[in-house]
Structure formats: structure tokens, C-alpha cells
Design a protein around this ligand. Sequence first.
Ligand SMILES: [Zn+2]
Length: 422
Amino acid sequence: MYKCSLERMTDKIKTFSKYGDAGHGGITRYSLSPEAIMARKEFEKRMKAIGAIIEVDDVANMYATLPGSDPTAKRIVMGSHCDSVKNGGNYDGILGVMSAMEVLETVYAEKIPHKHPLTAMIWTNEEGSLYPPAMMCSGIVCYDYLPEDIRGKFKYEDMLASKSILDSSKTFGMALDASGYKGDKKYRLSRDKYLYMFETHIEQGPILEDNNKEIGVVDCVLGMFNYRIKFYGQTTHAGTFPMPKRKDAFFAASKALCYLHEEIDKLGYPELVYTTGEVVCHPDVHTCVPDFFEFSFDSRHEKPEVLDKVLKIVKSLEDKNWCGCTCKVEKAWNRDTVYWDKKLVSYVKEAAEEAGVSHQYIHSGAGHDAQFCAYVIPTTMIFVQSKDGLSHCEPEYSKPEHCTDGATVMLNAVLKADKEST
Ligand SMILES: [Zn+2]
């Protein structure tokens, strides 16, 4: 049983938190921004210092590899992303990068024998906060293996043309060219060269903390669906038109949303989550009765049969009269539950047990680069407890002790994977 270093991990957390420091406890570090470049340089510097070989692919994904004893063996890769949302925290994504670095640094410092080359990596533009969509560069690299309806969103040319949300004259392709990190396609993660993938990430939810567990042994990323629910009424003057004669699309939508909550809660699945986070109102003027209102509806659960029941309720909205307005339910997209590789999950569980780190099985409700990677090579994830379950905000926090234990669990799980074929 090898242990990672709390001192080294704490130093990394402190150092990386400077790159994009927004001045109130968190960071804004958009992909390929000057702040993200500083984080990449730090990664490069520290990995070169232990003799790792640095490679960068054509969409700036970075790979730092420590050779193993068998030059013909495939690589075991660990990593995550170093970009953040606007006013995000110091742990989302970067913890997975720092954990991968910590594993390599521990292997180097303790001279741990290993057969397979071990790689720490950074995925470019996971958040998609400046250049949408999210998980852009894992989508590009894993493209050939992704299900048809998902891959359509990650065409290489479309991604290069993705416009900055702050300045529509700038594209992701331009940022890539200017970054100095546009490498070679031959370095992309592939089945030929890579054997397994591990991603450590903060939980971004309250389950581990509520159960007093440090580490989550993640078994899957939840399946989900995303629908747009639209209401069509009649606009008219807010001051002159009597209430009983109105077809107010906003009011209709609000009634329908309450109906959804009541009916879905009656299903009684405690792990089921569903969210309306985006709305469109037309004409969106305070003196006009709205004639159009649209809201998003995102629902997630492990079991497809549960999501089917929710979807039945959502679709039933079309058959009802909503204050004189008509309702249309349109699918935006969905994805099936992605299960992690059972053998790798068991390595993580055994490693946590052997290291004496408190743990439990957990699902991932959020999407991660690892879920695309899972279509290419066997993949799994490790979660580290998040304080108050908060993420994508500045108070996001995970204890350095827990972060280090997460890296220790990943190190020992990787070593189990390394030994399996010898
Ligand atoms: Zn993340």
C-alpha cells in the first residue's frame, strides 16, 4: 500500500488556485485563456521535473507519461480538465489533474515498479464556458466511438468554428492556434496506445458528506433526457384585456410546471432528479400578455424504466388544456446511463478498503470527459467529498486530506491494473 503526499498535494492546490484567481476565493479559468496556459505550464514544469515525456494532441489535450518497465505495454491514463466555469472553484476538474500528477510524483519519489507507462492528462475545454459545448475535446478525440446521436454535436470543423460567448468574432480554432498548444493528431488518446482511464473528480453534491465518507467509488454516469416544453397563447394589452378571456402562455407554463413536480414526486424515487433551468418568454415585455413560453426539462436517473415513467408524464402535458394555451413537448437530446468498467470499479473499491479510506458506491449525476472515454477504453472514476455539496461556485471546497486520499486510492487502483497481466 503506497500513500500519496499531503504536503505535495496541498502545495499543488495552493499553486493552481492562483491561475485565474478571481480575488474572492475562486477562479475564472476559461479554456486556453492566459490563466489556463499558466496552469498548463505548471503541469508541464512539474511533470518534466520527474522525467515525464510531454505530448500534446491537435486539440491541445496534454499527456505527460512516465515510461514503465515494458516498452511495448499500453499506457494507463489518469486526468481531468483545468478549465473552469465563470467564478468557479479551485477543485472542479483540476483536482483530477493534480491527483494524476500526484500519482506520477509518488511513483517517481517512491521508485514504485510498474510495467505500463503511466500518463497524467489535461482535457481541453471540458466546461465549454467560453466556447460551447461542454466536454468538447474528449468529444472530438472519442468521436468515432460515440453513439450516433451524441457524436453529431462534436464534429471537428464545427468545434473549431465554435464562437466565444464574449466575443463572436473569436472562435475556439483561433484560440487553439494562438495558444501555442496545438499539437499533433497522432498523440490523441486511442485504443492502440492506451489501456485504461481513471478520472478523479470532486463529487459536486452532498451525498458523501452526508454519509460521512471521504471517497465515492463511482459506478456510472446517470442517464438523462432533456426536453423543451413550449406553450402557445395569444398576446394582448396588459391593461385592457379581461383576465378570463386571456391565453397567457407564461401562466399556462407555470401551472404545467407545478403539475410536473406533483406528478413526478408521486412516483416516489428518492434518487430521481429533474430541473427546469432555462426559459424563453415572448414578447417578454411587462405591458404584454405573453403569447409564447418555453422551459427546459432535464431529468436524470440510473434506470431507463424510471426515466420512461417521467417522460410519460412530461408527454402527457400535450393532451391537457393549459389556460386556453396549447402545449408542445419536444426532445432536445438524451443519453443512456454510462456504466464504468466493473473490474476497474472493483480495483478502486479494493484500493479504498486497503488504504483504510472511508468510501461508498455512488453514481455521477454530472457529465465528465471520462464518460466519452468509456466508449473507447475501459474507464472509471473516483469522487472526493465536496464541502456542503457545492460546486461551480467559489465556495467549492474539498479538504486537502481527502484530496490526497483520493489520489492514494487512484494510485493503488492503477497499480492493481498495472499488475493484472503480469
Ligand atoms: Zn469537472
